[in-house]
Design a protein. Structure first.
Ligand code: C2E
Ligand code: CA
Ligand code: CA
Length: 959
């Protein structure tokens, strides 16, 4: 027995050693080829990473199939690599572009090894536009001295008619400073660079010493065969590394920006939403559109500042004519399913921004027959998704026969009749099917199949429109969309992970799991019924949801005459305070009580809903003589409800707005807007007001519209003038600096003052153009009068402009056009800007300071100001708001001014006081050590000529 065991052991040992030897023999048969590569290239990255080891590694891996070598990769700089090749320490070097000089010394493969794009890149902290030639002109471009790109780049510069200064670097890694450019390749591996232009494409090759001609031939041969096998090989590998890199990220071009400006910023983007497509798009518990697609478009809207109006429909219940009608007026469609024909003609498809996972439903029997899902044999059904790539299914279920369905019921029917062995559905559909349909004993499997979610973008607005969306999608980034996706699909994750288990576990486990799933579905089912009810009801108040209200309102209008109804809106004046004092729960109760009372009194004869917070809307019959009584009753009832939870003595003031429906063609939402406008307008004036939308208001809105319609032309035709208001140094009583203020002088018409148009421009974003214009005008004047001792000139920059991506950059660009430095200009930013968009404004503020601008905080003390802000911001100047001087309570005003000045002095911040109109005020400020004064007492805003004259005269003021 013992002998036998020993014998066995010996035999095993012999076998083991033998096999060991044989592998050794085998591996030593393979010659090792040393391949040098340029280290910073994306050629070989992290060898340990599973699927992305680098472009070069992947190519060698491919050609390895046709060669019998072991490749060893060694990183070098270019110079080192060339040296090692000369000395014979390495056999190959790659990737190398072709130059004659190199070809004289080394031998190249004839087959390309890589196809690279040549990119002009820049530090990603530098704001620039894609293809911004003007900005590139005259700048420095870094390139490595051995670069084979130069010729191509020269062509590019010539084509674009720009010049750049080369800085050659001997090192492989160059660190361009902010604003300098860097010529590089799409296969480069550098963080923090972004592409600003694509120069062209270039091939690179593998090289070897002349003695290695045979080896190069072998490589050529292998490359050739690999490319025959897969003609897209180099491209797809290139994209594998390039596509995800920052370098590939698209940026807006000037053309895009111009397009976006052209596109009326006031308009809504009309978005068609299919409300029966969970989790892509649906109606949530509040009755509003929701879902991956809805949240995503809202993310874009929020990021890029456009407004959305939803057009809702249900692909299952609306007729295709109705849907077509909605599509007709839509800019964007969110739906992904089964109505491609309707969309195809008028819409193009965006890049995908998210995706939903697909699941397979199949029976036990099918599963038994096919242990592995991807060996599924038979017929498999799937609904027709608009933008789905069928190849995904073919790849995963490579032995099936696929049948595409337009209709879910039909598909289920076939499946139940066993005419289909399996069906592929989205996670959400799987849930729905299991909730609603009786399927024969069935199991769920997750699959790697994904339906990409894309936007359908109206073709009417041209190619650029689609591009803009694609870039927005690209720039917002996968990560943000992914977050939305996860949030939305969360509800399904339980069944998802379970189904993943199903794939891997035994029938016993599966049985347990199926019971679990059933329980989950049962629970969901219950919840869903509630959901339907809630969608039509405002959760807080139990009133009709806004959606239902709109529908009823629309019905009502169809039967009504002009002037028959009034749209009333009503709310509490400072609801925010109540909210802050009493907290959310109590506030919900208050709103509920208000709704209850309103409903009790008005619910029978009027439509009621809640717009938001405490704002209610009612459609009431218009009986002229009764109007006042009606409003009074409305207010009383509202207060009655509100007071139930508030102290009896609480002093509530309300505002009511009304819009008399005199024109039935006005869209419903606009009618409600009109009513709200008059409510809010009234609020500005008095407490407890009722305002009917009237001619004055209408005129105001029309004026606004008129301003909007004229503004672009006015800018082009130079109708905007810049005037200058001196700021007087209170010690020496001479002009020390000045503020540039804009005026609008229409041809043959009177002057329009900024208070009339600036708020409108700020609303629609046009202010940015105007701010740049004024900035440039000031630069022009400073440049033209260089021979004089020009004061520091302050330019007002609106928060809207400041937030713009390109703002400081654009200013630098203008300054350099006039040969000026940031220190020649002061930027005035109103204090209120820091309250609203705190972080970004602060960032821009810092950036301006860093660039060398002098920065002033304007209107200090006008809003919710805090002395802390002074400490926090390190401004150069603060301008005390003129309000302090007209203050009735002079004593108090003085104390405040005095303390601001003291604090500012301590922090080394200059103080300017605005609106100085009298001798007394000037004297007081002088006494309080205020540095400068600006106001009518010294000088009104004056023309450019007068301004220059004062400088020339070195005018002396007196108090
Ligand atoms: P602001 O920046 O506070 O400018 C001071 C305003 O006070 C100017 O009004 C000026 O004419 C006026 N003012 C000067 N001295 C006195 C005085 O002694 N008494 C009184 N009562 N007022 C005085 P203006 O020019 O009508 O400008 C109004 C506002 O419009 C400015 O307030 C500024 O916020 C905005 N604005 C003017 N030009 C521009 C511009 O180019 N860009 C931007 N974004 N905003 C501008
Ligand atoms: Ca100002
Ligand atoms: Ca001011």
């Amino acid at each position: 027995m013992k002998k036998l065991i020993i014998l066995c052991i010996i035999i095993i040992l012999i076998i083991a050693v033998g096999s060991l030897l044989s592998t050794q023999v085998y591996s030593s048969e393979k010659e090792t080829i040393k391949v040098g590569y340029i280290e910073y290239y994306n050629i070989i990255k992290d060898i340990d990473s599973v699927d992305k080891k680098g472009y070069g590694y992947d190519v060698f891996n491919e050609i390895d199939n046709y060669m019998n070598y072991t490749f060893e990769f060694i990183p070098y700089t270019y110079e080192e690599g060339i040296e090692k090749l000369r000395s014979g320490e390495i056999d190959l070097f790659a990737p190398v572009t072709y130059t004659e000089e190199r070809a004289n010394e080394f031998i190249y493969t004839t087959e390309e090894f890589a196809v690279e794009k040549i990119l002009v890149t820049v530090d990603d902290g530098f704001s620039t536009l894609y293809d911004d030639e003007e900005l590139m002109n005259g700048k420095k471009v870094f390139t490595v001295s051995y670069s084979g790109y130069i010729d191509l780049f020269e062509d590019y510069l010539e084509r674009k008619n720009i010049k750049m200064e080369y800085i050659y670097s001997d090192k492989d890694e160059v660190e361009p400073i902010l604003g300098d450019y860097y010529l590089t390749s799409s296969l480069n591996y550098i963080d923090n660079l972004k592409t600003t232009a694509v120069v062209g494409e270039i091939n690179s090759y593998v090289i070897a010493g002349k003695e290695n001609t045979e080896l190069i031939k072998e490589i050529d041969n292998a490359l050739q065969r690999a490319k025959e096998e897969n003609p897209m090989l180099l491209y797809s590998l290139h994209d594998k590394y390039y596509q995800d890199s920052k370098l590939a990220q698209k940026d807006f071009t000037k053309e895009h920006i111009a397009y976006a400006l052209e596109y009326d910023g006031n308009d809504f983007i009309e978005v068609a939403v299919n409300i029966d497509q969970k989790p892509i798009s649906y109606i949530n518990e509040e009755g509003y559109p929701d879902g991956i697609a809805v949240k995503s478009i809202e993310l874009l809207a929020e990021t890029y500042g456009f407004k959305i109006q939803y057009l809702m429909y249900n692909v299952n219940t609306n007729s295709s004519e109705e849907i077509a009608e909605i599509y007709n007026i839509s800019d964007i469609i969110l739906s992904q399913t089964r109505d491609l024909d309707l969309k195809q003609e008028k819409f193009s498809v965006s890049d995908s921004y998210a995706s939903i996972g697909m699941m397979t439903i199949m029976t036990d029997a099918t599963m038994e027959r096919n242990q592995l899902t991807n060996e599924l044999v038979g017929k498999i059904g799937m609904l027709n998704y608009d933008t789905f790539d069928i190849e995904q299914v073919e790849e995963y279920y490579n032995k099936f026969e696929l049948e595409i369905f337009e209709n879910m019921d039909e598909m289920i029917k076939k499946y139940n009749k066993d005419e289909l062995q399996a069906i592929i559905v989205s996670e959400a559909e799987a849930n729905q099917i299991l909730e609603e349909t009786s399927l024969r004993n069935t199991q769920l499997y997750s699959t790697p199949i994904e339906i990409p979610i894309r936007l359908f973008v109206n073709k009417n607005f041209g190619e650029t429109y689609l591009e803009v969306y694609n870039i927005m999608i690209d720039r917002v980034g996968q990560a943000a969309f992914r977050e939305i996706e996860i949030e939305e699909v969360e509800g399904f994750t339980v069944s998802m992970s379970i189904s993943r288990l199903i794939r891997e576990y035994t029938p016993e486990v599966i049985l347990v799991i199926i019971t679990l799933i059933l329980i989950i579905y049962y629970y969901r089912n219950k919840r869903k019924k509630k959901l339907i009810k809630q969608a039509s009801i405002d959760k807080v108040t139990g009133l009709d949801s806004l959606l239902i209200f709109y529908q009823k309102f629309d019905q009502l209008l169809k039967k009504s005459k002009e002037n028959e109804y009034i749209v009333m809106t009503i709310d509490i004046d400072v609801f925010k305070i109540i909210k802050e004092t009493y907290g959310n729960e109590k506030v919900s109760n208050i709103i509920k009580n208000i709704a209850e009372e309103l409903n009790k009194q008005f619910g029978k004869d009027n439509l009621i809903s809640r717009i938001e917070n405490d704002v209610f809307v009612l459609i009431m019959k218009n009986e002229q003589t009764e109007l006042e009584k009606k409003v009074k009753k409305l207010v009383d009832v509202y207060i009655l409800g509100a007071k139930k939870e508030l102290p009896k003595t609480y002093n509530l003031s309300l505002s009511v707005g009304g819009y008399l429906i005199s024109d039935l063609t006005v869209p419903i939402t606009k009618m409600i807007d009109y009513s709200s406008i008059s409510r809010v307008e009234g609020k500005k004036l008095y407490k407890n007001t009722f305002y009917l939308f009237d001619e004055a208001m209408k005129r105001k809105y029309e004026t606004e519209n008129e301003i909007v319609s004229k503004m672009k032309k006015a800018l082009e035709e130079k109708e905007f003038l810049v005037v200058y208001q001196p700021k007087i140094n209170l010690k020496i009583l001479k002009m020390q600096s000045a503020e540039a203020l804009v005026r609008w002088k229409e041809k043959n018409e009177k002057m329009i003052y900024p208070d009339q148009f600036i708020p409108v421009f700020e609303k629609n974003g046009f202010i940015t153009n105007l701010d740049y214009y004024v900035f440039e005008e000031v630069c022009r004047v400073l440049n033209e009068n260089r021979n004089l001792k020009m004061p520091l000139v302050a330019v007002n920059i609106s928060a809207i402009t400041l937030i713009e991506d390109i703002t400081p950059l654009k200013m630098i660009e203008i300054l350099s056009k006039y040969n000026l430095k940031p220190s020649n200009i002061q930027i005035e930013i109103t204090e209120s800007a820091f309250v609203k968009e705190t972080d970004i404004i602060k960032q821009k503020f810092e950036k301006l300071k860093q660039l060398g601008f002098s920065v002033a905080i304007d209107d200090f003390g006008a809003g919710i100001s805090s002395l802390n802000r002074l400490n926090d911001l390190k401004a150069d100047v603060i301008k005390i708001d003129k309000g302090f001087l007209d203050n009735q309570d002079l004593e108090r005003g003085n104390i405040i001014i005095e303390s601001i000045i003291k604090m500012a002095n301590k922090l080394n911040i200059k103080v300017v006081t605005e609106g100085v109109e009298t001798k007394e005020q000037a004297e007081l400020l002088q006494k309080l050590n205020c540095n400068e004064a600006q106001g009518y007492y010294f000088e009104k805003p004056i023309s450019e000529e007068q301004f220059i004259k004062i400088i020339e005269e070195d005018k002396q003021y007196k108090i």
